[in-house]
Design a protein around this ligand. Structure first.
Ligand code: SF4
Ligand code: SF4
Length: 484
């Protein structure tokens, strides 16, 4: 039997089945243990340094975090939600980073039973974008105002080899349309070799994202019956290879609904601990998708569907347990669910997403090559305005990546409390770009009012003055891409 070891590079040792079962048992036994729950909550609270300039959060182990997730005492759950909000405020403020997915190709040789791109689906339209078509999609995305993309492609060594992905990244970065630019390309492609990860790094990718789908090996093997993705160990150890290849921002995620959520949550936390233990830096982001309806896919066929209140509790517990990791929610979720999740710790959302290949160039939302149904179908302008009405600052910032602040350098920015002097002005400057170049009159009006108020929150006078001057410059000229 494999022994749990977060420092091991073997999947079955760092995501250890017995340890997860023990954790779930321990969490069940202690879910009403008030003394322990209070102790865990106290451990997770943000602490200010003696001079008040820095805030630190210790985070939680997978065991402690699982106890919080199991706890169903209403007052304690309310306390958890408050704490999640407090941590979010401390490290992310009221900024929400915006991005859009870009589907390059839905050719896929895998057999994932929850995804309509699985190889046996013969009636879905298979499309692979040419470089010309990618150009058109990117221009459409730039014309909406997007600066940050996550590219997606099925696994298919013949149709989507690494060379195709690399060429596509190059194309995306090369397009400068009007004042538009894609400044950060995150990549969501199948588990691959160290050598290919190195190539992706050299191509200038931001985060490498790979969802585990489920951490339960037995379920994983059943849900991925055919294709290279069937290899659980190779898939689970992918982030270690990515880091070995020089990528230090990696994004984890599970597809909630495939397995029991307690199992997935413990697995996610163990994976984060493993990355920290081996590479000295935890995951850059965690995504929290739920199984959705799609061509050929009925979410009711999966009996682990997740109710909204549990989903929210998971978000709060992730926020508390891994305070320095960004949390992403997509347009799979409705406006209502997204609104609640934003309060609890989500720091990045997609807007105006099209989950079909080539979807951004079409007038109407196409469905024939979609990966999943989109619940939130609003335009980017509507999403930006909605966020601002809720008191958030939609941010198009990509400064860290462009300044080489990745991995632990990004984490130290977070940990050194420089967010108000760095992320905050960057958010305001990139929001100004968006408002001037792409927003409707109504959104512009709300945005400029918000920016005026938010500028006052920048603590350092010098930074505040520079940000104000840059904002005036953006309004008055075509100068763009200011950053701290
Ligand atoms: S989830 Fe990914 S690997 Fe699986 S069938 Fe869909 S596109 Fe292919
Ligand atoms: S400065 Fe860095 S951490 Fe802050 S919002 Fe921009 S990219 Fe993110």
């Amino acid at each position: 039997m494999a022994i749990y070891n977060p420092k091991s590079l073997k999947a079955e040792e760092f995501i250890n089945h017995e340890e997860i079962l023990d954790t779930i048992r321990y969490a069940e036994e202690n879910k009403h243990n008030l003394a322990l729950i209070d102790e865990i909550l106290a451990k997770a609270r943000p602490v200010k340094s003696a001079d008040g300039t820095q805030t630190h959060c210790a985070g939680l182990s997978h065991r402690d975090a699982s106890v919080l997730l199991a706890c169903d005492i209403p007052e304690k759950v309310a306390e958890m939600y408050e704490l999640a909000e407090e941590i979010k405020q401390a490290f992310y403020g009221n900024r929400i980073v915006m991005f859009a997915p870009l589907y390059l190709s839905n050719y896929c040789v895998n057999g994932c039973v929850y995804c309509p791109y699985h190889m046996k689906n013969k009636h879905i339209a298979r499309i692979k974008l040419s470089q010309e078509e990618i150009k058109r999609e990117v221009i459409a995305l730039q014309d909406m105002g997007h600066k940050r993309l996550a590219i997606e492609a099925g696994e298919d060594p013949v149709n989507n080899p690494i060379e195709y992905i690399l060429e596509s990244i190059k194309t995306i970065y090369s397009i400068h349309h009007k004042n538009g630019d894609i400044r950060r390309v995150n990549v969501n492609i199948a588990a691959t070799t160290v050598e290919n990860y190195r190539k992706l790094k050299e191509a200038g990718i931001g985060t490498y994202i790979l969802f585990q789908e489920t951490y339960n090996k037995k379920s994983y093997l059943e849900l991925h019956p055919t294709g290279p993705k069937h290899d659980y160990d190779y898939h689970t150890e992918a982030m270690d290879r990515a880091m070995e290849g020089g990528i230090d921002d990696v994004g984890l995620g599970v597809l909630f609904g495939l397995e029991g959520y307690q199992y997935e949550f413990a697995g996610l936390m163990m994976h984060a601990e493993h990355l920290e233990a081996v590479h000295g830096v935890g995951p850059h982001t965690i995504s929290v998708p739920r199984v959705k309806h799609a061509d050929d896919i009925d979410p009711d066929a999966f009996d682990n569907g997740l109710a909204d209140d549990i989903f929210e509790k998971i978000a709060a517990c992730i926020r508390i347990a891994v305070p320095y990791t960004g949390m992403i929610i997509s347009t799979r979720e409705s406006q209502e669910v997204r609104e609640k999740m934003l309060q609890l710790g989500v720091s990045q959302i997609s807007g105006a997403s099209r989950t079909s290949v080539g979807g951004y160039c079409e007038e109407e939302r196409p469905h024939d090559s979609e990966q999943f149904d989109v619940s939130d179908q609003r335009s980017l302008d509507e999403v930006v305005d909605w966020l601002m009405q809720l008191g958030f600052i939609p941010s198009f910032c990509t400064a860290c990546y462009r300044e080489g602040r990745t991995g632990d350098r990004f984490m130290s920015l977070c940990k050194n409390g420089q967010i108000l002097n760095c992320c905050h002005p960057n958010a305001l400057m990139t929001l100004t770009e968006y408002l001037v170049d792409y927003a409707s009159e109504e959104t512009k009006k709300h945005g400029f009012e918000l920016i005026e108020k938010e500028l006052e929150k920048i603590p350092k006078e010098k930074v505040r003055e520079i940000a104000r001057k840059n904002i005036e410059d953006i309004k008055a000229s075509n100068r763009r891409d200011f950053r701290f």
